[in-house]
Design a protein around this ligand. Structure first.
Ligand code: NAI
Ligand code: MG
Length: 358
């Protein structure tokens, strides 16, 4: 997009989603106005649980075509206390990730200045990892079924699918990502002792792809031992790649170890750029704090910053993250980070920092 005018689909959806997405729109709009190097327009799309209750569907049938008319999407969270989670997740988020082939889910975690990792084992700078989650296969591809319903012998399967193509493309993405970071170090997470088909294919593809990246050091971990290494030797890790299920779990752990799930962003990327990519905080609807005005908006700020970088506005991303860091350092922190600031306080503080860039 050479014009540097961006059209973004905003899908706040449920729980704290609307609170953090509207905060991020304020911050990014302020950034665009201040820097004057690009323009950005957010269009509200009302999909989510309220929409489902009104229309019977979480999103319109032409969800993919709608999204394709935008440069990217900024997403909040989907899930409500009174709807089964598999209905809400498959109705909206998983109806987008798979069909748009947003196969790379990139989840950086970092300990921000002025905040702390709960780990005693980590160095002074805290945690700085890049987690890469395969986003289109594994246990989350929808393979499986249920039979003998209502009987005590009722049977259900959740089939993990892994394809050479799917593994190879995420492995290449992860090696490339590791290569762009100073340490050039990748850890490949599998469970190839007990899962002897798909996970062994992962190991084989990792070895094959690694040959094309002679400057990247890499090692392998079984996922259970990986949880121990993350806690006991956090400084021994840098870039991490794994399956949809494994990295879903490890990325929540990573976020908590870095400081809070409230700061962890994610990018759902189509690296081929055929489809628009989707950016969202790692966290969910957070029913326990919905409507209280205390949700940490930083995860969504960072997600929006990653979106700007993906659109080609790398400098705007760096500036925005600088503002967020200065606000954290000044102690304007929400409860999850040990502070007392509200969502609005943090948003205003970041906007004030942006003002100073002008
Ligand atoms: P959750 O991430 O919503 O909440 C876990 C804990 O983290 C809660 O104590 C919550 O208060 C806290 N937390 C989360 N985000 C925070 C923020 N920004 N600031 C401060 N504290 C924050 O996970 P949970 O409870 O498992 O899921 C709740 C709902 O969200 C479910 O319906 C689930 O299916 C859905 N969900 C949706 C996701 C998505 O749309 N991508 C991802 C994860 C869960
Ligand atoms: Mg998750």
């Amino acid at each position: 997009n050479k014009s540097r005018r961006y059209k973004i689909a905003s899908i706040p959806a449920d729980g704290i989603g609307p609170e953090v997405v509207s905060a991020a729109i304020d911050v990014v709009s302020k950034l665009a106005k201040t820097l004057k190097t690009f323009t950005i327009e957010f269009t509200h799309i009302p999909w989510g649980t309220a929409y489902y209750k009104k229309t019977g569907a979480y999103a319109d049938e032409n969800v993919l075509d709608v999204l394709r008319s935008y440069d990217a999407a900024l997403f909040g969270s989907v899930g409500a206390p009174d709807v089964p989670d598999h209905i809400s997740l498959w109705g909206l988020l998983l109806a987008i990730r798979g069909p748009l082939q947003l196969y790379a889910n990139v989840r950086p975690v970092r300990t921000f200045p002025g905040t702390q990792s709960p780990l005693r084992t980590v160095g002074a700078k805290g945690i700085d990892w890049l987690l890469v989650r395969e986003n289109s296969e594994g246990e989350y591809a929808g393979h499986g079924g249920r039979s003998h319903r209502g009987q005590t012998w009722e049977t259900a399967t959740e089939v993990a699918i892994f394809t050479y193509t799917g593994i190879e493309r995420i492995m290449r993405f992860a090696f490339t990502a590791a290569q762009t970071r100073p340490r050039k170090f990748l850890t490949v997470v599998t469970k190839s002792n007990s899962m002897r088909n798909g996970m062994v294919l992962w190991d084989e593809v990792a070895l094959k792809v690694s040959k094309d990246f002679p400057d990247v050091n890499w090692d392998k971990m079984l996922v259970d031992a990986m949880t121990v290494r993350m806690v006991n030797q956090p400084d021994s890790l840098d870039t991490i790649v794994g399956t949809n299920l494994h990295m879903d779990i490890l990325s929540d752990l990573a976020a908590a170890l870095a400081g809070s799930i409230g700061v962890a962003p994610s990018s759902n990327l189509d690296p081929t750029r055929k489809n628009p990519s989707l950016f969202e905080p790692v966290h969910g609807s957070a029913f326990d704090i919905t409507g209280k005005g205390v949700a940490n908006p930083v995860a969504t700020f960072w997600s929006a910053a990653e979106m700007l970088a993906w659109l080609g506005e790398e400098e705007a991303k760096e500036k925005l993250m600088g503002c967020v860091e200065r606000v954290c350092e000044a102690g304007v922190l929400t409860r999850d980070l040990g502070g007392t600031a509200s969502t609005k306080d943090v948003t205003k503080a970041v906007c004030d920092e942006i003002e100073l860039l002008g």
